[in-house]
Design a protein around this ligand. Structure first.
Ligand code: HEM
Length: 475
């Protein structure tokens, strides 16, 4: 046998490995510093999973404003300052839909082709229907719903704040966005819904990544929620409430059914989850912010902050009674003008979102993107970074909102910082990312702000509230 015959496959393999090594070294020459642990695939997943928020902040201090964490097979490149944020929100080479498609498939079983065919259309539709200028359509129905739910709670009592807000928000949101009386018709029904939604929401962290058969309880609850939509889809489509042009979900269904009828219930589940629990799977995957979602979470914190600041609480009560008179009437009507007079409550909501923003903003890099090295470079690095395609670009509003460069005295609850915003022109403070940003910014944001504002007005009008326990810690 010719020696060359034996030698050449080995030589080729060695040479090939060298070329591959050199290529990946060259490719990563300008890649951001990467924290990758030593366990294959899991990478830094265990340490990151223990306390993700702390992990991100420590990495920022050690590696600078742009760094990559390799965990659970994903390369997640975090950006924390303006240069990276601009790329995440504006670059043509990063993509929202590619970043969320796979977790959403596991979350609501929407096939890839259907998701890509429909997502942009649905985003535009919901954004239009829930735009700031359309909010006056929702003020009356939301007020009525909240008052109805409050009636059921009686005149006094002690209740866990989380349960209290959920009890008000879930039925109100479902009756308004989907169809009145859709699921929550009696107490047993409500309890069952809470339990399944809780299991589903809490399990999203793994549910959005792993096959369903590995997570029996989660899959059972997902099935239960999906069946609710399956059973009710016909009624939802035909239901017409008096004097109302149809719910948001009815409009969503019309668009979905131009593409597919089979997946209408899946979109019901997806919209339900987007509205009630929008901590994104990528973040919950690592064990953070599991206990509640957007609307409930933010209402909980806003009420909590107001009640734990006596001066603020007093000022808000005075402004509520100056608009509606002293408490005691069974029912009140709330107008657009009334809401404008109670802007302080809206500032409190935005300040609570600033401090307690759920979730993370994520985009997939489809072509390498350059990020100029700004901010502090702790390891003496001055180079710019090139983030390779395939990376997930991540932004943590929690930390961004705590950067004193953008929000002075960031740890203080200061609703007055929102005085400078032009909410009348629908503009938030610079670098406020509680609702994401760019083309795919949360289309439900004005609805969320309105709903929470009404909830707080009506609760504080009806009840003399007091916190029995201190608010939980920051992290
Ligand atoms: C306080 C409550 C809420 C918060 C903090 C919140 C926050 C967010 C965030 C951060 C995103 C990701 C945006 C991005 O990646 O740039 C998002 C997306 C989304 N939100 Fe909200 N949201 C809230 C309430 C709602 C409500 C009430 C709805 C009602 C339908 C809603 C519907 C959606 C939808 C459909 C998306 C996905 C957009 C798309 O796929 O194009 N959200 N939300």
């Amino acid at each position: 046998m010719d020696v060359m015959e034996l030698f050449s496959p080995i030589a080729i393999a060695v040479l090939g490995s060298c070329v591959l090594f050199l290529f990946s070294w060259w490719k990563n020459l300008h890649a951001p510093p990467c924290i990758q642990g030593w366990i294959p695939w899991i990478g830094a997943g265990f340490e990151f999973g223990k306390a993700p928020l702390e992990f991100i902040e420590k990495a920022r201090i050690k590696y600078g404003p742009v760094f990559t964490i390799f965990a659970m097979g994903n390369r997640m490149t975090f950006v924390t300052e303006e240069e990276g944020i601009d790329v995440l929100l504006k670059s043509k080479h990063v993509d929202f839909e590619l970043a969320v498609q796979s977790p959403l498939y596991h979350t609501a079983q929407i096939p890839k082709n259907i998701f890509f065919a429909l997502n942009e259309k649905l985003h535009v539709l919901v954004k239009g229907k829930m735009g700031a200028l359309n909010m006056h359509h929702f003020t009356g129905p939301l007020t009525e719903e909240f008052q109805h739910q409050l009636e059921g709670l009686g005149a006094h009592g002690t209740m866990d704040l989380n349960d209290f807000v959920r009890h008000l928000l879930y039925p109100t949101t479902l009756n308004t966005l989907f169809m009145k009386g859709l699921f929550l018709t009696d107490k047993r029904n409500v309890k069952e819904f809470y339990q399944h939604f809780k299991t589903y929401d809490e399990g999203i962290e793994y549910g959005s990544q792993l096959p369903g058969w590995l997570l029996r309880n989660w899959s059972k609850s997902k099935r239960w929620l999906m069946e609710l939509f399956e059973k009710n889809i016909k009624d939802i489509k035909t239901h017409r409430s008096s004097g109302h042009s149809g719910t948001i979900f009815q409009a969503v269904l019309e668009t979905v059914e131009m593409e597919t009828r089979q997946h209408s219930p899946n979109y019901g589940l997806l919209m339900l989850w987007a509205a009630l629990a929008n901590a994104t799977p990528f973040f919950t995957q690592f064990g953070e912010l599991k206990d509640d979602g957007g609307l409930g979470l933010i209402t909980f914190w806003t009420l909590g902050y107001i009640l734990s600041h006596p001066d603020l609480h007093r000022t808000i009560l005075e402004s509520i009674s100056s608009v509606f008179g002293t408490a005691g009437k069974d029912k009140i009507e709330v107008s657009e003008d009334d809401l404008k007079k109670l802007l302080l409550i809206k500032w409190c909501i935005l300040e609570s979102i600033r401090l307690r923003a759920p979730g993370i903003i994520t985009r997939k890099v489809v072509k390498p993107v350059k990020i100029l090295a700004g901010g502090q470079q702790p390891l003496g690095r001055k180079d710019n970074h090139t983030v390779p395609s395939g990376d997930l670009l991540m932004l943590s509003p929690f930390w961004l909102h705590r950067n004193p460069k953008y929000f002075p005295e960031p740890e203080s609850f200061k609703p007055e910082r929102w005085r400078e915003t032009h909410l009348d022109k629908y503009i938030f403070l610079d670098y406020f990312m509680g609702f994401g940003g760019g083309k795919f910014q949360c289309p439900g944001r004005w609805f969320a702000l309105l709903e929470i504002q009404l909830c707080i007005i009506l609760v504080l009008y009806k009840y003399e509230c007091r916190l029995l326990d201190p608010l939980p810690n920051q992290t």
